[in-house]
Ligand binder design. Structure first.
Ligand SMILES: Nc1ncnc2c1ncn2[C@@H]1O[C@H](COP(=O)(O)OP(=O)(O)OP(=O)(O)O)[C@@H](O)[C@H]1O
Ligand SMILES: [Mg+2]
Length: 495
């Protein structure tokens, strides 16, 4: 057997072959194996290096090195050894018994028609080779012209994606500054466009997308439907002074006013006065039928509600661009950004809710959309424990996810946290089949441990990922095991 000690790849007839790095150790199964590295290869092979196992029992098997260990019985710390005696005296113990091992996470067997599940036991002593930049192992994953970023080690290895799972929805997770919005802007949105989706982006901060795309609609120009405006006013005025389940004549009067009066497109002062006067007149129509004190109580509650429904509040809802126009614009021009930088949280949620309701209605009428809705700062809309309007937005996101799978709506949600208080609502998260997980927050350590247990990815590794690096997992990924991807940033690509 040849002994390979050099880190250089072997060149045969001018073309480089994957570099031999070691052999499979004892105890391999069809789904798990480890490689004993050739001398010197521990300086070349890295965590997440991509390798091929030349299985002596069958076809080649693609795998990833994950979780390496250096072994040397001379310096075991469980009990006293001569090596430890050397170390104590400051001398270097013998490294004769030293060797390095990497766990291999199996991706699959390279079959005639692409990647297949590996069902054959991997023979111990089978040769393991590492791909070099001249190879393109991604071609074994699947044949797809749709790709996302590149395998972390090599910008030329574009990672293929399975288009048919785009509307099984996408989640992008990572702490602040991990590169979520960049991943969405540089990779996910261009991918969605290429796959034939029109994209509507909810830009919570107004700085991540709005400056980089042509078609931007400011929040206060979006027309918010009357029932959502009423819901906002109820929230603002604590249900117009009524208990939640109580009959609420004031809310009914204001709702009627919102529906009957043409108040949008007018100056805020005039709009507010029109709504107030109409609601007041509606309540006064009951004079004679009810006790005078009751009517007075209603009118007082209307007045005190309108102390809170100021011109400023009305101004938030004077927009006239209806959701159907946003949708048409997205269809015609490809991408539309809703710039939500100016506005209160509840107003932002109201605008989102209005658009979401429209999309839901279309799908309920069995219309196929081919639209993607990108929601940055996801927990603002669907937090762990939703309150007020958040309850409505959380529920509607869940509904959109369910309908979207049948009617071509893809939901893309970005979130700093995964689970618990800092995370995304669990019911929403369950709907995001494909996930990109970047550097996580220490509060998500437990969540990371679950990943670690299934795929050998160490939680410490997830806590320290560099910016712009994400584990790609879920059905859009042709590999059954997560792949570590990254992407390059260049200005013209993002538009
Ligand atoms: N692929 C990349 N290569 C190099 N730098 C990157 C890459 N991706 C992101 N960055 C850097 O990381 C910074 C933060 O990225 P980004 O704004 O996308 O973070 P974020 O996760 O969206 O944060 P937040 O949760 O605060 O919105 C960027 O300003 C950019 O400098
Ligand atoms: Mg961001």
């Amino acid at each position: 057997m040849a002994l390979y000690t050099a880190a250089q790849p072997i060149i045969v007839g001018g073309c480089r072959l994957p570099t031999p790095i070691g052999v499979i150790s004892s105890g391999a199964s069809e789904s798990r194996a480890s490689v004993i590295l050739y001398d010197g290869m521990e300086k070349v092979v890295k965590n997440e290096s991509l390798v091929v196992i030349r299985n002596k029992n069958g076809r080649d098997v693609l795998a990833i090195c994950r979780g390496g260990r250096g072994m040397n019985d001379n310096v075991r710390t469980a009990s006293f050894t001569p090596g430890i005696a050397y170390a104590k005296t400051g001398r270097s113990p013998s490294s004769v018994k030293e060797f390095y091992v990497f766990n291999l996470e199996i991706i699959g067997m390279i079959g005639e028609n692409g990647l297949e599940q590996n069902k054959l036991i991997i023979a111990p002593t089978s040769l393991v080779e590492m791909y070099t930049s001249e190879d393109d192992p991604m071609k074994y994953l699947c044949r797809s012209d749709l790709t996302i970023g590149h395998y972390w080690a090599e910008p030329r290895w574009k990672v293929p994606v399975l288009k048919q799972y785009i509307n099984y929805h996408i989640g992008i997770f990572g702490v602040t500054g991990s590169g979520k919005s960049y991943l969405a802007r540089y990779e996910v949105i261009p991918l969605l466009r290429k796959a034939g989706y029109s994209v509507i982006i909810m830009d919570w901060k107004g700085s991540d997308y709005a400056p980089f795309f042509e078609n931007v609609i400011p929040l206060d120009q979006v027309k918010i439907d009357d029932s959502t405006v009423l819901r906002y006013f109820s929230q603002l005025t604590r249900n117009f002074g009524y208990l939640e389940r109580e009959e609420n004549p004031v809310a009914i009067a204001v709702e009627r006013a919102l529906r009957r009066v043409e108040w949008r497109g007018r100056p805020p002062e005039e709009a507010r006065n029109l709504i107030y006067q109409y609601a007041k007149a509606t309540l006064q129509q009951n004079a004679g039928r009810i006790k005078a004190e009751t009517l007075q109580l209603w009118l007082d509650r209307l007045d005190s509600s309108f102390e809170l429904i100021t011109e400023e509040e009305i101004e938030r809802f004077l927009g006239t661009i209806e959701p159907w126009r946003i949708m048409t614009m997205a269809k015609e021009r490809g991408v539309v950004v809703i710039d939500m930088s100016k506005g209160e949280k509840e107003q932002k949620l109201a605008a989102f809710y209005s658009i979401a309701r429209y999309l839901k209605r279309l799908m309920e009428n069995k219309q196929r959309l081919d639209v993607a809705l990108v929601i940055d700062e996801g927990p603002q809309y669907a937090p762990w424990q939703p309150r007020g309007l958040e309850r409505e937005t959380t529920d509607i996101i869940i509904d959109l996810c369910a309908l979207g799978r049948s009617y071509g709506l893809s939901i893309v949600i970005l979130s700093q946290g995964m689970a618990g208080e800092i995370g995304l609502n669990a019911a929403v998260r369950r709907n995001l089949n494909t996930q990109f997980i970047g550097r996580i927050h220490p509060l998500d350590f437990e969540e990371a441990q679950k990943l670690a247990a299934s795929y050998y990815i160490s939680p410490e590794n997830l806590l320290t990922l560099p910016e712009g690096h994400f584990y790609f997992l879920g059905r859009m990924n042709p590999s059954p095991t997560p792949l570590l991807i990254s992407f390059q940033i260049s200005e013209d690509k993002a538009r």
